[in-house]
Design a protein. Structure first.
Length: 479
């Protein structure tokens, strides 16, 4: 059986009451201890006063004790004994038990002893260094005990009353303070998964709870924007996937019509379109898988020591023949190898070069430069002299599906995937607006960012192949 825990209101109330109860208990205990000590001191002071008065009234001569006058034995309030040796010269009319206690205490003077309801104190009578007797005084503790009991009961009742008043006040204050929380709870329980534009709207923050509401409103706004973006992304991706499927279905249905006979040239053309659309569909699916792996943080890299000029050369070789002559590659001499996944880096440069060639007017030149940035970082720039990105795309170039519409547009995930791959290698990728054209700058660490010691096993630095010499590398088809 699940035990219900107290809510926030109950927890706060219990915490306040527990704290107040501890304080009241400590104050009550301290008050009664101080009162008890003061009453005890008063009783002792009264005993000392009686003894002092009795000693002052005695006459001592020739080692004899004489009383000034006969004591008033009928007055029970006079509880003073005067002993000469073991003989009582003066004693009150009191119970035999108390008389015996006084006589015993006189022999042990000076001494003090507390009985159940009486305190006794004895002081020796000394003349010329010789003990002549003793004075014993007694005081009743009943009035002091009654005072202590009364004070204890009164302080306990007062503490309970204060605790009750504090409980009522604290409950009211906490309830008032948690009204915004209750309102937010009711609002949230009334919202459905489709109410993405609903907010708590408690106004400008003026305390912790309204600040929490404002923070949650901001979080809901970001979640709503992310949800709208995901919905738009899903819609666009559905359209992108549907387009090649529709084309494949259309060409296949045309070829399968029983009442139409196609000539060999038409059949070849239809099959070529089916193959092209199938390749496009495959690229879309690959982009979706890569994008999902990057977003989920599960992108796997098969890292090894890579020569950046060779990676760039492989990416240039993948491009269509009409695009390669427009690309110039410049690599710094002695460029070190980097710890990276060759195929993934090639995918990055293929995306960037394909964008630069495909989304710009014919004749646009593309320049790829690679150099050492600092001691342990390689900098690669991919720049073109085209018209540049449209403003709406340049604001967030790496946002999925934010792309420049053109007949050669792909899935709209290429730049997002490219940046994700670079960041998975511990590098950075950013868009630079040089004034004309577009430039992407990529920085890659030379060492393995998770295991810098791997650098000790790296092969010797120095670029080979297309970038082995200083100056422009003999890139494929460069003019």
């Amino acid at each position: 059986m699940t035990r219900l825990r107290p809510g926030l209101r109950g927890t706060l109330l219990l915490s306040v009451l527990a704290g107040i109860a501890l304080v009241l208990a400590a104050l009550t205990l301290a008050f009664n201890l101080v009162l008890n000590a003061r009453l005890s001191s008063d009783a002792s002071g009264l005993l000392q006063a009686r003894i002092s008065a009795e000693l002052a009234s005695l006459h001592l001569s020739h080692r004899q004790i004489s009383l000034p006058e006969a004591p008033d034995e009928a007055n029970p309030d006079i509880q003073v004994w005067v002993f000469a040796g073991n003989r009582a010269l003066e004693q009150p009319r009191i119970s035999p038990a108390l008389q015996g206690a006084a006589a015993s205490l006189a022999r042990l003077a000076p001494r003090r002893e507390d009985l159940s309801t009486t305190r006794l104190q004895s002081v020796a009578i000394v003349q010329s260094g010789r003990r002549l007797g003793a004075v014993v005084a007694a005081v009743s503790l009943i009035p002091y005990q009654q005072t202590r009991r009364t004070a204890l009961i009164a302080s306990g009742v007062l503490a309970l009353v204060v605790l009750l008043v504090v409980a009522i006040s604290a409950r009211w204050i906490i309830s008032r303070a948690l009204i915004p929380v209750a309102r937010m709870t009711r609002q949230a329980s009334d919202w459905s998964e489709h109410d993405v534009d609903r907010r708590f709207s408690l106004g400008a923050p003026h305390d912790e709870l309204t600040l929490l509401a404002a923070t949650l409103d901001g979080l809901l706004e970001r979640l709503a924007a992310s949800l709208r973006h995901e919905q738009r992304l899903t819609a666009e991706l559905s359209h992108e996937l549907r387009t090649p499927l529709t084309a494949i279905r259309g060409y296949a249905s045309s070829l399968l019509q029983p009442d139409v006979t196609w000539d060999a040239e038409s059949q070849q053309r239809f099959l070529a379109r089916i193959a092209a659309e199938s390749s496009r569909l495959g690229r879309l699916v690959d982009d979706l898988l890569d994008f999902s792996a990057i977003e989920s943080g599960i992108l796997r890299l098969q890292s090894d020591w890579c020569d950046i000029p060779l990676v760039i050369d492989a990416a240039v070789a993948v491009l269509p023949p009409q695009g390669a002559p427009l690309i110039e590659v410049y690599c710094e001499a002695g460029l070190p190898v980097v710890w990276a996944d060759h195929d993934r880096l090639e995918q990055v440069f293929v995306n960037l070069l394909a964008n630069a060639v495909g989304h710009n007017p014919p004749g646009t030149r593309v320049m790829v430069t690679a150099s050492l940035d600092g001691v342990d970082t390689v900098l690669v720039s991919v720049a073109d002299n085209g018209p540049g990105m449209p403003p709406d795309v340049a604001q967030a170039p790496f946002e999925p599906m934010r792309r420049h519409r053109s007949p050669s547009s792909g899935s709209g995930l290429g730049l997002s995937i490219a940046r994700g791959i670079v960041e998975a290698h511990g590098g950075q990728m950013q868009l630079v607006q040089p004034g004309r054209g577009t430039c992407f700058r990529i920085t890659l660490p030379v060492e393995n960012p998770e295991n810098p010691a791997a650098d000790a096993h790296a092969p010797g630095g120095g670029a080979t192949g297309v970038a082995g010499a200083s100056g422009p590398a003999p890139a494929r088809g460069a003019s």
